[in-house]
Ligand binder design. Structure first.
Ligand code: PYC
Length: 308
């Protein structure tokens, strides 16, 4: 299987141009649900060690339904199929350019969450205009063994519980403690029906620290479905956060801010208002790291990945 690996602000994306399971030709969300339900072994074998690496997101290219789109894409990590992925979309645009499939300019990609627009500024720099993002529930309270925390449920292509400010400083030394805290928040949210309006579970948790010493607006720690942290500032999470800022009138339409990841990589982000939320645009950079062929030798005892 041919793959091209990039990273966006430190977060890896593995593009699979062809050769995934047959998902049919229906709407992308239906194909994504089929991948999640029937082909877990496929996506785990590509994402888990020893072939994959912690945090890696896969981008399986499929035929789009919308003929205006350059490609359809279904994102996943080692644990779950995603509705959308911002860092993956930046990585995909850079990868398609590397493959000679797109030039500098504006292009559309179809994802299970909807059509997103990318503007490739140069070989590494991409702006993504995401799907409509919304604040769902402001100020939901979750009770943890260590006490209560209040956060927002918001959608940006995935489902987020956002705690701002974080009870723990968002620093690299705190990554293990932030991971443990965020895992328990997600578990309590999902045990108590705190999530999307149609029962969608929380798949990501964001803990934010305001005013990092870099002059950025804020820095975040993002827990992904595979319990890894997002090395990038998380495009869908930044989108969900923009919906929260807009709903609280803490940021005006078109005003651009810099959002940082826990490791200090950054996106420039702004939004345009819609009736129910915002359309966010985020700009970041990705770099190609590797192009190669994955082998699935039947005699390899770890050909399906390392399951812990
Ligand atoms: O950038 O949207 C994102 C993302 C989701 C999971 C990992 N990265």
């Amino acid at each position: 299987m041919h793959v091209i690996d990039s990273h966006t602000g430190g977060m890896p994306t593995r593009v699979i141009p062809q050769g995934g399971p047959d998902l049919g030709s229906g709407p992308l969300d239906v194909r994504a649900a089929k991948l999640a339900k029937e082909h877990e072994a496929f996506y785990k074998s590509v994402m888990l060690e020893p072939r994959g690496q912690p945090g890696m997101v896969g981008a399986l290219l499929v035929e789009p339904v919308d003929p205006d789109c350059v490609t359809g894409v279904i994102y996943f990590d080692a644990e779950a199929v995603l509705g959308m992925c911002g860092h993956g979309t930046i990585g995909l645009a850079v990868t398609l350019h590397h493959m000679g499939r797109i030039g500098i300019g504006t292009h559309k990609f179809e994802t299970p969450a909807g059509v997103v627009t990318v503007e490739l500024h140069d070989a590494n720099t991409v702006s993504v205009t995401n799907i409509e993002s919304r604040l769902i529930t402001a100020g939901a309270e979750v009770t943890l063994p260590s006490g209560s925390v209040v956060g927002d449920v918001a959608y940006g292509g995935n489902w987020f519980f956002i705690v701002d400010p974080s009870p723990l400083p968002v620093t690299t030394t705190n990554i293990p403690a932030l991971t443990e805290l965020a895992v328990s928040m997600r578990q309590v949210c999902n045990a108590n029906g705190i999530g999307g309006p149609e029962g969608q579970p929380i798949d990501h948790v964001i803990l934010r620290s305001p005013n990092p010493d870099t002059g950025a607006h804020s820095r975040n720690f993002v827990l992904c479905p595979d319990d890894e942290y997002d090395r990038s500032p998380c495009g869908t999470g930044s989108s969900a956060y923009m919906a929260c800022l807009a709903a609280r009138k803490r940021l005006g339409p078109g005003d651009e801010i810099v959002l940082e990841s826990v490791i200090g990589s950054s996106y420039r982000v702004s939004y345009q208002p819609t009736q129910n939320g915002v359309i966010p645009t985020l700009t970041g950079q990705a770099w190609i790291m590797n192009e190669g062929t994955l082998f699935f030798d039947t005699t390899d005892p770890f050909k399906d990945g390392i399951y812990l």
